[in-house]
Design a protein around this ligand. Structure first.
Ligand code: CP
Length: 318
């Protein structure tokens, strides 16, 4: 694996899930793999889970990890080719990325979308410019449109939790939020569940909240949340802003917040969320604090997902 940006970078999801579960059982078994290798974690936006779990994963593999909050401590980067830099950007990515490429063996980047310029966000300009100019493997810690380490973790968590000899019914449900949120987690979850191909997959959201079909094709779209939740084994709760009316909040209907009443329609479903979560806006306290919630297991599994991905990259660069 050269870069890790989307589900398309994984040739065999099942094999990667088993690799991650192997690291969970024995975290230090490949401690020698990353000796004398250095990983850079570059943040253009905030993070808790992604930042810490990726650092721990790198340390488990023997790597040195350096975090750089470029949004706070670095120069403001320009990404447009041919830009006349007379505005507030100070350093072009084509100057910064090769330098970072000379400091590190792997570069990980978190960069959120603008939610203003749909074309630029969906072209993944920022992360693609790092791929173009850094000259080393690039790992997405959440990009403008996708959050692959989160979605890989989610599949690990579903496989670990569901032991029946049939396909689980997985429902991705939109939830209310107070402000515009990227589509990344929803896009990515849809992309990975479709690529995994081992579930009956339903997405439910209000009308005009359709995600990009390049990620959702293969899923059943159901606007009636109650109907969608019937018989669900897993309910993944997430807000996103409109893709069609790009970045806009079109609905704040609190009846979409997942409560125990919603769960009554399911097959004793496990409830998932990537975190951080707005309690009693997206999900009720009652659900989050119940045995149905597996959000902490998801967050814990972030380490093993990152470790499996970094190990694959190290094998390809060693
Ligand atoms: N789920 C997730 O990516 O969490 P952080 O934003 O805290 O990294």
């Amino acid at each position: 694996m050269k870069n890790f940006i989307s589900a398309r970078d994984i040739s065999n999801i099942e094999a990667m899930v088993q690799k991650a579960i192997g690291y969970k059982a024995d975290p230090f078994k490949d401690k020698a793999l990353g000796i004398n290798k250095r990983i850079g974690l570059l943040f253009l936006n905030p993070s808790m889970r992604t930042r810490l779990s990726t650092q721990i994963a790198a340390n488990n593999l023997g790597m040195d990890a350096i975090v750089f909050n470029i949004d706070k401590d670095g120069w403001k980067l320009e990404f447009e080719e041919g830009a006349i830099m007379s505005g507030n950007t100070i350093e072009h990515v084509k100057d910064a990325a090769p330098i970072l490429g000379s400091y590190f063996d792997i570069l990980c980047i978190r960069t959120f979308p603008s939610l203003v310029n749909k074309h630029e966000d969906y072209s993944e300009l920022f992360i693609n410019q790092f791929i173009k100019y850094a000259g080393i493997p690039i790992v997405s810690l959440e990009s403008a449109t996708l959050h692959p380490l989160q979605s890989f973790t989610d599949i690990i968590t579903i496989e670990e939790t569901f032991k029946e000899l049939r396909k689980p019914k997985i429902v991705l449900t939109w939830a209310p939020h107070i402000k515009p949120i990227p589509q990344c987690v929803g896009n990515s979850f849809a992309e990975w569940i479709n690529a995994w191909g081992k579930a009956d997959f339903v997405i439910t959201h209000p009308e005009d909240y359709e995600l990009d079909t390049k990620f959702t094709d293969g899923a059943t779209i159901e606007y009636d949340q109650e109907k969608a939740l019937e018989g669900a084994d897993f309910v993944y709760v997430k807000n996103w802003s409109s893709y069609a009316d790009y970045g806009k909040v079109l609905c704040n209907d609190s009846s979409w917040m997942l409560t125990t009443e919603h769960l009554a329609k399911t097959n004793n479903a496990r409830v998932m969320h990537c975190l951080p979560v707005r309690r009693n806006v997206e999900l009720s306290d009652e659900v989050l604090d119940s045995a149905s919630s597996i959000v902490n297991l998801q967050a814990t599994n972030r380490v093993w997902a990152a470790q499996a991905v970094l190990a694959e990259i190290l094998h390809s660069v060693n």
